[in-house]
Design a protein around this ligand. Sequence first.
Ligand SMILES: Cc1ncc(COP(=O)(O)O)c(C=O)c1O
Length: 496
Amino acid sequence: MGGSVEAVTVGAENGFSKKRALSPVAAEELPEEIPFDSLKTVLPALVGEAKEDVVVEQTKNFVLGKNVHGTCLEITEPGLDDEETGDRDAYMAGILSRYRKTLVEKTKYHLGYPYNLDFDYGALSQLQHFSINNLGDPFIESNYGVHSRQFEVGVLDWFARLWEIEKEDYWGYITNCGTEGNLHGILVGREVFPDGILYASKDSHYSVFKAARMYRMESVKIDTLLSGEIDCADFERKLSERKDKPAILNVNIGTTVKGAVDDLDLVLKTLEKVGYTEDRFYIHVDGALFGLMMPFVKKAPKVTFKKAIGSVSVSGHKFVGCPMPCGIQITRMRHINCLSQNVEYLASRDATIMGSRNGHAPLFLWYTLNRKGYRGFQKEVQRCLRNAHYLKERLREANIGVLLNELSSTVVFERPLDEAFILKWQLACQGKIAHAIVMPSVTVEKLDDFVEELIAVRKRAFPDGNVVVPCIVEEVGPENCACSVHRDTVSSPKDE
Ligand SMILES: Cc1ncc(COP(=O)(O)O)c(C=O)c1O
């Protein structure tokens, strides 16, 4: 099947990825974006090959040690007279301007990853040329003065209020991403319970099991329900078999692929049922995706430090819409002492995963939280959930298998057969399914365009006009699968 290496090699044959050394006269053509249509011919699209009982899977095989450099923009040494002629500046300006156009174009078709691309941070452009670095503890003034700690703490206080923990009872920081929040939360758990076992559902983000590998922790994968939510019956079984060791648990507020929300209350009940008291478990809540959405959904289980949780993390570039990767991590003050050490050279305390930290991210977060406030986020959450339901209904009408969890804006559906379409809309795929995540930057018009195009490419994949709907019952359940065997169990929008 067309792996990434293969695709790029074929691209080279088509002349898209020739090496571009900068000539002194800078006249060489810049690389074009790979047109989607050409990809259709280079990646076997399974067109016409699909049979109902055939597993349609396109797993890319990434070959380690075979890095592809074909599309890189090579850096070359300036020529002797470049400064006088201005050729190099003109060349670079040309590249940046084309790159900008690419970004504008790619932004139009972004649907598979949970990034809110809707922002106007013009007011912050005046700060771009400062090297703002928040290294150290956000609550301790270090010797480095070009920082934005005052904004960082303002943002942390906002989240502490959202998740119901008093200022004097929490500690936190602005991370580089949701992954760092998970690495930190699980590390705190491990420091509190050095011999603890990490439990996490198999649908947890890969960073959770990466943490277990990094910290050399014993970890246990828990099964999930069809929705993607943790299966507490399996959790109870596996926990009971290891009762002699403390438990460190990762709870998902929005799983990566299906957007499922683990039932925190049921997890807590399960721990209690197996005989775990609060002094024998630590819960890290991975709210990377929906950590900011759930508090604004009426029926959603509440994420709050009033429950026996140890830490919560959320990505700042997802629902919040920060234009650079970042995240928020909050834990209990009493836990953080296990982790932190004084660092004389910083004149601060070290309790973070990274050293230097992006000081611009807190400014963007502070700015957007101030502008939108609780009410603004509530409105956006409601609109996203409404639009996600709209997408689900449109897909169902088109007889496409689709799953949408109740508290989620992640719409899971049959993996499109056309790889070029997947690339164009930047869909995240896993096995036989793909998903679209309805973020505030996704409008109904965009969803309409997407559905129309999906219907058209699906038809084109079957030249005889008879669309064969793949069976995705194992991924989404019989009531959501639209294949000929399960079609009759799909509830129509009107039935709901
Ligand atoms: C559930 C979950 N946790 C953690 C992460 C990691 O977040 P980030 O990409 O900000 O590192 C993701 C990313 O999509 C996620 O879906």
